[in-house]
Design a protein around this ligand. Structure first.
Ligand code: SAH
Length: 464
């Protein structure tokens, strides 16, 4: 992030702008939304600028920008649409100590003006570091459509009520009151009874929240999916939005953690290099402790929480402490991997059943029904299996599996840095060693990527 977004208090501050054409007009329309004291330097200003000056919205100086014109200015805009003139203005303004923006010149600017969605006092700034103005405009249009125009009014009414709302204890209880106002009661009353109705309703709402009991804490055991944030469930998104505490594993992707409520306490229980991971008892203790203090805890696990997630141990601990819990399923790695290689997990005539296996368990490499798995047409998703590839190969071949049985390893399934390693049972250990994956890997036994499958008949013809 080269440009750090901040909201600058321009009330009563001096802002200068050099230029009187279209670029100047576009910038002025934005700047005049603020409460800055704006001075425009233009020998030949557009009529609108002269009108704004006549209305007292800005001060117009009908000459070119000169040394000292930006003294005491917080911001200076060079908007003459003439590169040489803009460079001259920028140098003078910089010398006067102002932060300078040259319109349409990222490199020459100390700051850039974002696209703005204005629901004052709610303001959304969208920036793309100058990389994709089209994208910024599209996001702005989407937000304009999504945010009701009454949002600003609701927020302003709410703002006047902040001191009164301090009667509620800080934290969860106060947050619940505001959420109730902004998302339930506020819009409803505003639509029916207007501004005064909404102001009165706030008082009633406060009283009812003051008298309601603090809702008890709870834990949601939530699947984060394989890594792509678009593969989160809507329920997971909502819960992340409300969480007081998020307790997450190593495999949960950074993009997903970004979606958690900003004030949420983030607890990492899967640090690399912190031993293999935090001890299960300590995870359980952390969940129980936070929930007992009234927090809404999201226990975020990669994929589906019920697949190799030690879910039952955590539920037992919550039950023992009498804490409410619920499971929110997620997309498991096997789903993501099969989708990525264009294959279904079950297929009529090929495999009417499929298995989930683990490559190792608490005792080491895990034993399975090798005889059954070695039969033709078997499909299995093998979690945590990459390190035990040689063991797996040995066991399966010993029980008669064909050496050319397809095995596809998918690393970082669904993520942007994903890799597909298409292999066979006989080549698997060597292919994995050569690929040296460092992200999570799932092995899909009995499945080859669809593209490779499609190529097979052609190859056979070639060699026929
Ligand atoms: N609950 C998770 C599995 C946790 S066990 C789920 O449902 O997906 C951890 C193993 O899951 C890893 O060793 C790897 O085999 C697999 N895994 C998790 N995320 C993965 C991903 N994005 N790509 C490939 N394998 C993944």
């Amino acid at each position: 992030m080269r440009h750090f977004p901040i909201f600058l208090d321009l009330r009563g501050r001096r802002v200068v702008l050099a230029g009187g054409g279209d670029a100047a007009l576009a910038k002025l329309r934005l700047i005049l939304k603020s409460e800055a004291r704006v001075t425009v330097f233009a020998a030949d200003p557009a009529p609108e600028i002269a009108d704004w000056a006549a209305e007292g919205k800005l001060r117009l100086v009908p000459r070119a920008f000169a040394p000292g014109d930006a003294l005491c200015a917080a911001l200076a805009y060079a908007a003459s649409e003439d590169a040489q003139e803009d460079a001259r203005v920028a140098a003078l303004a910089r010398a006067d100590g102002a932060l300078v923006n040259i319109v349409d010149n990222l490199e020459g600017s100390a700051f850039i003006t974002p696209a703005i969605v204005d629901r004052d006092p709610v303001t959304i700034a969208i920036g793309t570091e100058g990389a994709a103005p089209v994208l910024a405009r599209r996001i702005k249009a989407d937000l304009e459509a999504a945010l009701p125009s009454s949002l600003g009014l609701l927020a302003r009414i709410g703002q006047g009520f902040r001191t009164a709302a301090n009667a509620l204890p800080m934290g969860r209880k106060r947050r619940e009151f505001w959420a109730d106002y902004y998302f339930n009661k506020g819009p409803e009353v505003l639509a029916k009874e207007g501004k005064t109705g909404a102001e009165l309703a706030l008082g009633d709402l406060l009283v009812s929240h003051l008298h309601s009991d603090m809702s008890p804490g709870r834990v949601d055991l939530v699947g984060a999916g394989p890594g792509d944030p678009d593969l989160l469930t809507l329920k997971a998104r909502k819960l992340l939005d409300q969480a007081d505490v998020v307790i997450y594993d190593r495999l949960v992707s950074a993009e997903i953690l970004e979606l958690a409520r900003r004030e949420a306490t983030m607890v990492n229980v899967g640090k690399k290099g912190f031993g293999p991971s935090t001890r299960q008892e300590d995870i359980a203790a952390a969940m129980v402790e936070h929930a007992q203090r009234g927090a809404h805890v999201v226990r975020l696990k990669s994929g589906d929480p019920g697949v190799y997630g030690r879910l039952d141990e955590e539920i037992d601990a919550l039950d023992a402490a009498g804490i409410d819990w619920a499971i929110v399923p997620g997309i498991t790695a096997a789903n993501a991997a099969s989708a990525q290689i264009g294959q279904s997990l079950t297929k009529r005539g090929r495999n009417g059943a499929m298995r989930f296996l683990t490559g190792h368990d608490v005792k080491g490499f895990a034993e399975h029904d090798w005889r059954g798995l070695a039969k033709p047409g078997q499909v299995a998703a093998i979690y945590m299996g990459a390190a035990g590839a040689r063991f797996l190969q040995g066991r399966l071949m010993m029980h008669g599996a064909a050496p050319d049985t397809p095995v596809t390893a998918v690393e970082n399934a669904s993520r942007t840095d994903s890799r597909v390693i298409s292999s066979t049972l006989s080549r698997l250990p060597a292919d994995l060693e050569a690929a040296a994956p460092d992200g999570p890997v799932i092995l899909m036994l009995g499945l080859a990527p669809r593209a490779a499958v499609a190529q097979l008949p052609a190859l056979q013809e070639e060699f026929a």
